[in-house]
Design a protein around this ligand. Structure first.
Ligand SMILES: C[S@@+](CC[C@H](N)C(=O)[O-])C[C@H]1O[C@@H](n2cnc3c(N)ncnc32)[C@H](O)[C@@H]1O
Length: 220
């Protein structure tokens, strides 16, 4: 299974987009990102990694940001994003581990529910730090490793999660919290804020443990 390209299977992008639109108003992760992004000057250059169909980028454009970029490995998602954004925002094919951008291009890098698909979080952190300016912000919403530990796991160490009442099933590598905030990560970034969410972010998760993690890390 190619984890990066899994959304290119027929129907998966449509199921994800429909579920996201239905949940948009109650989505604490999206609210977190939008509130935090709102703090920045509208001339800031902002990159959304794993931008999916571009629905967050569309909101940032509506907020007045003029230097917006999106990157995603899924051709199907990029096609949806091109249509949604009317070609107004620069979209590229790429992954966390190898970003198609020059050094220190961005003031802000955001990512919602994409970082946990990475098979190499250290490499991802090095790449994000490379494209961020010094003092730039990395604002992330990610599936919580505690919740992931409860999910079915295959022999390759990937877990399967279902979203939107079972409408979408996805797989991603299982990560520990220490893989995310590793020594390499903390060498590159200062952790500024860390939230855990319990509740409706993932259907079927045990409510007592956090299922979503949101953080802001500042590039040193
Ligand atoms: C759950 S979707 C989230 C999409 C969008 N951020 C949103 O919140 O609606 C996960 C996205 O991560 C992308 N993705 C998967 N592997 C990735 C990787 N290694 N680097 C960057 N993005 C990745 C997928 O193609 C997909 O668009």
């Amino acid at each position: 299974m190619n984890i990066e390209k899994q959304y290119d299977v027929d129907g998966l992008v449509r199921g994800y987009v429909d579920g996201s639109l239905e949940n948009e108003q109650n989505d604490l992760g999206r609210q977190f990102l939008r509130e935090r992004v709102d703090i920045f000057d509208r001339s800031s250059s902002l990159l959304d990694i794993g931008c999916g169909n571009g629905m967050d980028l569309k909101v940032y454009a509506g907020m007045g940001f003029t230097h917006l970029y999106g990157v995603d490995p899924s051709e199907n998602f990029l096609q949806e994003a091109r249509e949604l954004l009317n070609g107004k925002i620069k979209l590229s094919e790429g992954v966390f581990e190898q970003l198609p951008f020059e050094n220190e291009m961005f003031d802000v890098v955001v990512s919602r529910h994409a970082l946990h698909y990475s098979h190499n979080l250290t490499r991802a952190a090095i790449e994000v730090a490379r494209v961020l300016k010094s003092g730039g912000a990395f604002i992330v919403v990610i599936s919580h490793p505690f919740a992931d530990a409860l999910l079915p796991r295959d022999e390759e160490g990937n877990v399967t999660a279902t979203l939107f009442n079972g409408a979408v099933s996805i797989i991603f590598p299982q990560h520990a919290l220490s893989d995310l905030f590793s020594a390499s990560f903390l060498d590159l970034f200062e952790l500024d804020l860390l939230y855990e969410y319990v509740g409706n972010e993932r259907d079927g998760a045990v409510a007592e443990i956090p299922n979503t993690l949101a953080f802001i890390a500042i590039k040193k």
